[in-house]
Structures are given as structure tokens and as C-alpha cells.
Design a binder for this molecule. Structure first.
Ligand code: G1P
Length: 294
């Protein structure tokens, strides 16, 4: 199977969510545009995909998300202004990460029916090849992009591959949880997966974090998928339904995940990413100490 595997060239970014947990910040802007230090969450997600060799970026959006579309376009006014002020470095930095013309596409989910439904909305743009799904809420701090680690592992696993991490069982009802058949190093073969189980029903402590590589057959399954946990069309349920024909693996990627769908996680991500930045590290460290000690 591995030798017939097609390259993973496309990534889907579901960005239709309302972001009610971050009101009022998200009243008039998408939650995916919230910055960690000075970069919007969605740009981190796209840069991670670029580091993994992704060439096409598919956004599944909703109403009130046009700022994302603008962010992935050239801003001529800003370019001119920066140029006239001699800010060449800032000008260049604005574009190094920008995907080229035709590499970005947008489709609308229309109704918030769940993650499985959001992914299904991308079916025509993905076509018949394996593809990645990246949830911008799960921000990864790592030396090697987690999606790159996954793309490399995918050459051996094929099928459906998910990033996982160990979580306290008490938190299992926030995640998709794997039922583990066997583990080799950082790779786990699953014999099942369940969405948001109660702690006592959780088959393991391995939780899915927002990175997936999926076979295109998932679209057929999703088109028939009924409502699952929380009354939503769940991607997890489709993966469970596919297990007979498509192996399901989890990979424990190197790196730290920050849950930016959660207020404390988002603040923590800002601190962690800022401390990695040479331009602000020393000053910030000293001032954080001062806050913590007083
Ligand atoms: C989604 C998935 C869940 C996964 C999680 C990771 O849930 O349904 O399986 O563990 O993302 O962040 P959500 O956070 O959208 O409720």
C-alpha cells in the first residue's frame, strides 16, 4: 500500500466556527485572526502546512470571515505605504509566507453542522487524493512542523492518520479518543475511535489534536454520516466507520500543543511563543518574573 501512496499536496482549514468563547474579541473578527504575539492563528496553521510541503490551501469559512481571505492576499496600499517609508524589511516579511496566486481557495460551510460537515464541504476542492486537515485552534510549538512529521509517517501508514497526545482522563470528553491496538515508538495503530467519551468510557488517554491526514473516501462516508456527539456531524464517527477498509493510526508528534480555543491556553501560547522570540525574550522574561513574584 505504502508505495502507491500519493503525495499529500492539499490541506483543509475549517474556519467556520463562531468563536463565542472569545467574545467580545470575536464579535467583528474571526477567532482564527486572533494573534499569538504578532501573527494570526490561521497564519501559523498555514505556515505549518507549508513546512510540510502542502501546495494548496483550502479554507472552509462562514459568514463574517472575510478578514481571513484578505489576510491571504497582497495588500497594495500597505505595500506602498511601507515602501514610501523605507520599511523594506517589513514589506518583504509580509509576503514570504503568502501562498501564490491560485494556491488558496475558499468555500462556505453555510450551516455550522460540525467538523465532519465542514471537511465534507471541501470535497470538490480536494478531489481524489489524500489530504491534510489542520485546526488552527490547536497551535503547535515545535522544532519540526508536526504536519511534516505526519506526512513522513504517512508514507508508511497510509489510511487515516491523526496527531494524538496524552491527556488526563478527566478531560476525555473534550476530545476524540483512540482505542489502541498496538504502539510502536511514537506510532499507534487504533482499533477504534470515539468522540468526546465520558472519562469512565474513554478507551485510552490518547486524544486527537487538530491534525489529520485522510483518504478521500472519507467524503463518501461523510455524505451519509448522521449526527453524533453534541448533535454534530463528527469527523471521528466517519473515521470509525472506515476502519474496516482503511487503517487508522495515531502519531505522538514532537512538540507542545497549546489549546487556543481555551482562554488560558491562548494566553499561555502567547507567553510561550514570545519567549522563543529573540527580539523580546530577555525583556519579557524579566517582566514576567516581576508579575509572578509580586
Ligand atoms: C475537534 C474534534 C475532536 C478533537 C479536537 C481537537 O473537537 O471533533 O475529535 O479531539 O477537535 O482539538 P472540537 O474541539 O472542535 O470540539
Amino acid at each position: 500500500m505504502a508505495h502507491t501512496q500519493k503525495k499529500v499536496r492539499k490541506a483543509v482549514f475549517p474556519v467556520g466556527g463562531l468563536g463565542t468563547r472569545f467574545l467580545p474579541a470575536t464579535k467583528a473578527q474571526p477567532k482564527e485572526m486572533l494573534p499569538v504575539v504578532d501573527k494570526p492563528l490561521i497564519q501559523y496553521a498555514v505556515e505549518e502546512a507549508q513546512a510540510a510541503g502542502i501546495e494548496e490551501f483550502i479554507f472552509v469559512t462562514g459568514r463574517g470571515k472575510t478578514a481571513i481571505e484578505d489576510h491571504f492576499d497582497i495588500s497594495f496600499e500597505l505595500k506602498d505605504q511601507l515602501a514610501s517609508r523605507g520599511k523594506d524589511e517589513a514589506n518583504a516579511a509580509m509576503e514570504t509566507w503568502l501562498p501564490g496566486p491560485g494556491q488558496v481557495s475558499f468555500t462556505r460551510q453555510q450551516r455550522p453542522l460540525g467538523l465532519g460537515h465542514a471537511v465534507w464541504c471541501a470535497r470538490a476542492l480536494v478531489g481524489n487524493e489524500p489530504f491534510a486537515v489542520v485546526l488552527a485552534d490547536d497551535l503547535m510549538l515545535s522544532d519540526v512542523a508536526p504536519l511534516k512529521q505526519m506526512v513522513e509517517a504517512y508514507e508508511h501508514t497510509g489510511g487515516n492518520l491523526l496527531a494524538v497526545e496524552r491527556v488526563p482522563r478527566a478531560l476525555s470528553s473534550r476530545y476524540g479518543i483512540l482505542d489502541v491496538a498496538e504502539q510502536h515508538g511514537n506510532l499507534v495503530r487504533a482499533r477504534g475511535i470515539v468522540e468526546k467519551p465520558k472519562p469512565e468510557a474513554a478507551p485510552s488517554d490518547l486524544a486527537v489534536i487538530g491534525r489529520y491526514i485522510l483518504v478521500p473516501e472519507v467524503f463518501d462516508v461523510l455524505s451519509h454520516q448522521g449526527q453524533g456527539a453534541g448533535g454534530e456531524i463528527q469527523l471521528t464517527d466517519a473515521l470509525q466507520a472506515m476502519m474496516r477498509n482503511h487503517p487508522l493510526h495515531g502519531i505522538l508528534c514532537d512538540g507542545t500543543r497549546y489549546d487556543c480555543g481555551d482562554k488560558a491556553g491562548f494566553v499561555l501560547a502567547n507567553v510561550a511563543f514570545a519567549l522563543r522570540r529573540n527580539d523580546i525574550h530577555d525583556d519579557l522574561r524579566a517582566r514576567l518574573r516581576h508579575i509572578v513574584d509580586n
